[in-house]
Design a protein around this ligand. Sequence first.
Ligand SMILES: [Zn+2]
Length: 138
Amino acid sequence: MKFYRKKGKKSDRAKIIARLEALTREILIKERGLHCEIHPSKNCTQVGVMHILSKRSHPRLRFYTPNLVLAGWFCSHFWTHHNSDDPRAKFCQQRLEEIYGKDYKEKLYVANRFSKQHTTGYLKILEIWCKQRLMGMG
Ligand SMILES: [Zn+2]
């Protein structure tokens, strides 16, 4: 007898993560506006949330807004992920230093030391906190 996993059925945890991704994106847009932070004077397309320290290497900073940047996919995001030696990726790092200070990565490493493991319980509380933060932004 075979057992099939129901397709398209997300776990509760996956649902919370999806909601948190939407919430943090909304917070960022309210805070910074929907435009590429790397090229403020250009009209970059496909602007999305980019993690400075990656989700894989630093999962605890996944929803930590100082670790998040609104950036265009083709101008910045793609290069940062696929080839950090590419001039476009290098420019991205330069811009982040300009905006957030030369020690922006060090500050994130410190924040990572003090951040909590993302248990489902913690994510639930984080979701409530994000909603409150968003409401407070009006
Ligand atoms: Zn851009």
